[in-house]
Each structure stands twice: as structure tokens, then as C-alpha cells.
Design a protein around this ligand. Structure first.
Ligand code: HEC
Ligand code: HEC
Length: 243
């Protein structure tokens, strides 16, 4: 049995819950109503946990069971969970369990728009325990396949945007994200997926974006999105780089 969030103690799970709800109170204090409207879902408050998320984060995931349960995901995310090079399906390998849980439960709750995946992540398809199992399973996986990269022509601009936009405060210098806050890993993700998410987050159609994330890219042009996505897609798997 493997507790969620890489840790070996249940206490860290509680810390994760706390970290998320603390960032919520900090959040609501600074969120102005103009920003809230940009989420695409006015009722969405980032960091406010759904009852099901609280339930799942209290469970321990099991890697072997997760491998079994992942059968229902392989049609799109592929057997190695590496997704598709063209970004249609994101890589899930190395993504924090907390992020996987947040995203799957929010798709299932109809908060994050993802019509393709909805039937496969519904209550009929996977149980809360299976979501916990899948989350710890994909988190520890690596894929031997290359990820999709951009054209490589605007990398200096991408790096500058990543640094000036304070992206590293949440996604890390090496794109490693932050498990305790459910901030996603962006390193070695497929370029086209990153670019599409930035576009959806900016347009407010993703449904579940952090208000500061929305603000960080509100003035981005299409080229800015391409440049920063290319830069992120070329960050190696964060588990292979040292701090
Ligand atoms: C029919 C295809 C399909 C199936 C089956 C599917 N997914 Fe997905 N999944 C997608 C698509 C498409 C996206 C990206 C959506 C977008 O562009 O925002 C996605 C996104 C995700 C994400 C978000 C990743 C991120 O970085 O935010 C997670 C996590 C995920 N899927 C997990 C799962 C799990 C677990 C299963 C099985 C229970 C599953 N998916 C089954 C199509 C699928
Ligand atoms: C305050 C923290 C924060 C900052 C700053 C931030 N992000 Fe994010 N970002 C998030 C969170 C949280 C998500 C996931 C949203 C969700 O579903 O809850 C996200 C999602 C993303 C995604 C989609 C990843 C995926 O797996 O679906 C990309 C790409 C991204 N951010 C890039 C950036 C870039 C580039 C910057 C800087 C310009 C940036 N972010 C700044 C918190 C942040």
C-alpha cells in the first residue's frame, strides 16, 4: 500500500489537505470578482475541496491495483501512460498523485470540461479507491518514449516568459510542480497539450484554473504561449534532474 503524495506517513496527507485549504483562504482574500468570472465557471473556487477529493486523499493507493484499474484509461493515455506525441492525450507519468486525483474528480464532477474522458472517469467507470490506486500508479511510472516538443525557434523567449511570469513559484524551476498544493508537473509534457491548456485557461474554458495562473497569462499572445510551452516541453523529466 502506498500513501498518496509520495510520503510514507498519513500525516503528510493531512498536511496536503491543510495546504490546499490554507491556500484557499489566502486565495479568496485576494481574488477579485473580475478574475472569478474568467474561470469559465463562476461557482469554481480554486482550492475548495470537493467532498470526494477529501475522501480520496484520505485513502492509500496501491500501485499493483492501480495498474489493473488503469486498463480503462489506456485507450487514450496509452499502456505506458505516456499519452500521445501530438498532445491529444497528456502524459500522466510522473504527474503528482494529488494532481491526478484533482483533475479526474473535477472532470467527473463536471467542473473541468473534458467530454471525451467523462464517460471513462464517471462513477460507473472508476471508484474513489481506484482513482487513488491509479494516481499512485501513474505517479511512479516513467515512459521510455520521447514527449512532443515545439519547433525550438523561440526558446530564449520561452525561458524569459517562464522566469518573468513567476511560473516557477508554482510549477518549479525544473517544471516539477508541487504535490502538496496539487500544482501540476509541466516538465516533459507534450508541447501541443501545454499550448492547448494555456489557451483554454486564458479563454476561461478549462473550468478549473487557479486565479493567479489565469492572471499570469492574461496578456499572452499566441506566440508567447507557443514559446513558453516549447520551453516547458523541453524540461527533462524532473526526477532525472537534480535540484
Ligand atoms: C476517451 C479518451 C480518454 C480516456 C479513456 C481517459 N482520458 Fe484522461 N484525458 C483525456 C483527454 C482528451 C485529456 C486532456 C483534456 C484537455 O485537453 O483538457 C485528459 C486528461 C487527463 C488528465 C489531466 C492531466 C493534466 O495534466 O491535467 C488526467 C489526470 C487524466 N486524463 C486521467 C485519466 C484517467 C485516470 C483515466 C482512466 C480512468 C483517463 N484519464 C481516461 C482523454 C481520456
Ligand atoms: C499560483 C500558482 C501558479 C502560477 C503562478 C502559475 N500556474 Fe500554471 N497552473 C497552476 C495550477 C494550480 C494549475 C492547474 C489548475 C487546476 O486544474 O487546478 C496550472 C496549470 C497549468 C498548465 C496546464 C498543466 C496541465 O497539466 O494541465 C500549464 C501549461 C501552466 N499552468 C503553465 C503556467 C505558466 C507558463 C505560468 C507562468 C506564466 C504559470 N502556469 C503560472 C498554478 C500556477
Amino acid at each position: 500500500m502506498k500513501p498518496i503524495l509520495i510520503s510514507t506517513s498519513k500525516h503528510l496527507l493531512c498536511a496536503a489537505l491543510l495546504a490546499i485549504s490554507t491556500s484557499l483562504s489566502a486565495q479568496t482574500a485576494t481574488t477579485d470578482s473580475g478574475l472569478v468570472q474568467k474561470f469559465g465557471n463562476k461557482a469554481y473556487e480554486w482550492g475548495k475541496m470537493l467532498p470526494e477529493q477529501v475522501e480520496i486523499l484520505k485513502l492509500s493507493g496501491d500501485v499493483a491495483r492501480g495498474k489493473e484499474a488503469f486498463r480503462g484509461c489506456r485507450g487514450c493515455h496509452k499502456a505506458d501512460a505516456g499519452g500521445l506525441l501530438d498532445g491529444t492525450y497528456p502524459r500522466l507519468t510522473g504527474q503528482h498523485a494529488s494532481v491526478v486525483i484533482k483533475q479526474v474528480t473535477e472532470v467527473r464532477a463536471g467542473i473541468r470540461a473534458n467530454p471525451k474522458m467523462a464517460p471513462f472517469s464517471s462513477d460507473h467507470a472508476v471508484t474513489p479507491q481506484e482513482i487513488a490506486d491509479i494516481a499512485v500508479y501513474v505517479e511512479q511510472l516513467t515512459t521510455a518514449r520521447e514527449n512532443g516538443k515545439g519547433p525550438g525557434t523561440m526558446l530564449a523567449r520561452g525561458k524569459a516568459l517562464y522566469e518573468q511570469g513567476k511560473c516557477a513559484e508554482c510549477h518549479g524551476e525544473r517544471g516539477e510542480g508541487k504535490a502538496l498544493n496539487a500544482y501540476p508537473v509541466v516538465a516533459a509534457q507534450h508541447y501541443e497539450y501545454l499550448r492547448r491548456e494555456l489557451d483554454h485557461i486564458q479563454k476561461g474554458i478549462r473550468g478549473n484554473s487557479h486565479p493567479k495562473m489565469v492572471k499570469a497569462i492574461e496578456r499572452y499572445t499566441r506566440e508567447d504561449m507557443e514559446a513558453v510551452s516549447d520551453y516547458m516541453s523541453r524540461m527533462p523529466d524532473y526526477r532525472l534532474t537534480s535540484r
